[in-house]
Write a protein that binds this ligand. Sequence first.
Ligand code: PLP
Length: 284
Amino acid sequence: MSEERIVYVNGNYVPESEATVSVFDRGFLFADAVYEVTAVVGGKLIDFDGHVTRLKRSVAELSMPAEVDEAKLRGIHEELVSRNDIDEGLVYLQLTRGAADRDFLYPDTSTTPTLVLFTQKKAVVENPAAERGMAVVSLPDLRWDRRDIKTVQLLYPSMAKMEAKAQGADDAWLVEDGMVTEATSANAYIVTGDGTIVTRGLSNAILHGITRRAVLALAEEAGLKVEERGFTIDEAKAAREAFVTSASAFVMPVVSIDGAKIGDGSVGPLARRLRGIYLEALAA
Ligand code: PLP
């Protein structure tokens, strides 16, 4: 954090040092909150509709009495991008059930949801990791079972990322019942010997990535074969390529798993091509 940003809190645009949320906010006390992260490239919001649609779904799944108004949210995003002069980076949005006296039961619907947004400047397109590729390690998936809801309960992903770093890697791929679910904050893919892109199918076990949906559609348009199914770490280690997708990383190659090289250990051609196709589609 360098210069002071303008952030959004409950209807107001304020300098970050003046932004406050109640200590009774259920986002703070119970992780009773959902979020979205939207990439900005050339000052433009990427896949904004998809993020709002998923936010609506998260809100509905948690019975939050919050109104999700796409036009209003787009306006706030655009205002923050403009006020903070974001050419490339991210907009983070968090919506909580609001402040109420501490109780495990949800408060009655008269509480006002808390809405907070802030921006982060980041080189999302010219990311050096895309040239280098990432090293990942496998770790057990110890998150709760509703990973399809994008809640702010990110402690286990954070612990897993710390463990990956302690092992000299960039990230972790999480494994449940012998199958890879996803990465700590991205969807996971392998490319098999015959060039098929394999990624786990949608269920409560993974977040339904907005970038996943876009990349799979682009892959199919490009005539590539896609299979939505689970895979093991052993299959991944023997794969031709591996990569992840997320709103902040786009398509990001993975070059090793648990110390074993994927393919020849360099960025795979298909991951490179998909990243290119995705970036071209953004620019269009
Ligand atoms: N899976 C998890 C657990 C995530 O946290 C994220 C993004 O934050 C993703 C997948 C990728 O989703 P998206 O492409 O919508 O950013």
